[in-house]
Design a binder for this molecule. Sequence first.
Ligand SMILES: [Zn+2]
Length: 247
Amino acid sequence: MRSFTAEGILLRSYDYGDGHRIISAFTREAGKIKAVARGSRKIKSKFAAYLEPASLNIFSLHSKKESGLYSLTGVRPLATNGNLRSDMRLFGYASLMLESVDIMTAENDPDLTLYSLFTDALNNLSENEISGTVWLFLFRLLKASGYRLEMFNCLNCGKDVSGKAGRFSFPSGGIICAGCAEQPPSLKISGRSLGYVRRLSEKLALPEEAEEEIGNLIGKYIKYELGKDLKSTEFIKIFREKCTFRT
Ligand SMILES: [Zn+2]
């Protein structure tokens, strides 16, 4: 029997059994955890209001074993990050970050560096609403997860590829320049998008075409490596068609 508290971002939650919910959260103390929130769909549940994606909470958890599904025995909200859910464009970006962390991390494997990167990036997106924060975080997440992701120099000849079109090689995890033999399976990427990747920062708003290319590349790379679909890249496309954006 083990009870502890953990600070973390709620990644997602879904219905479970009769009136319960399962939550997935990325925590500072325990990494990604899954927990059952009993009775959380009932109107008077003390948890329901806090179990929203992107919210930062202190979770009280209980487990009979060292790993597996925890029981959620309490939630104390630290930051709701409500604007990330009320604005559809921001919700698309936040969903992409939450889903990526959910896909890329293992349960019960704490990573303080990644936790700081993640909470800082969500704060930044919530406060400044600039898309560069999201893409920068995704590249950092992939690198923190052990992927090579060489986007600046050709993996074959070492030439600087910034500003020039190339191909992203999935088996090698980086760019092959136009002058080198292409190594399938790979995906073409424009010089313009590679230029944005090089200049990525929290202050850089990316144009639509670059976001689509970069989102497509990251989604396909994750699919190649892990066999999982990154559904939120579609969210961004859908929301873009419905909303007016600041770019
Ligand atoms: Zn080359």
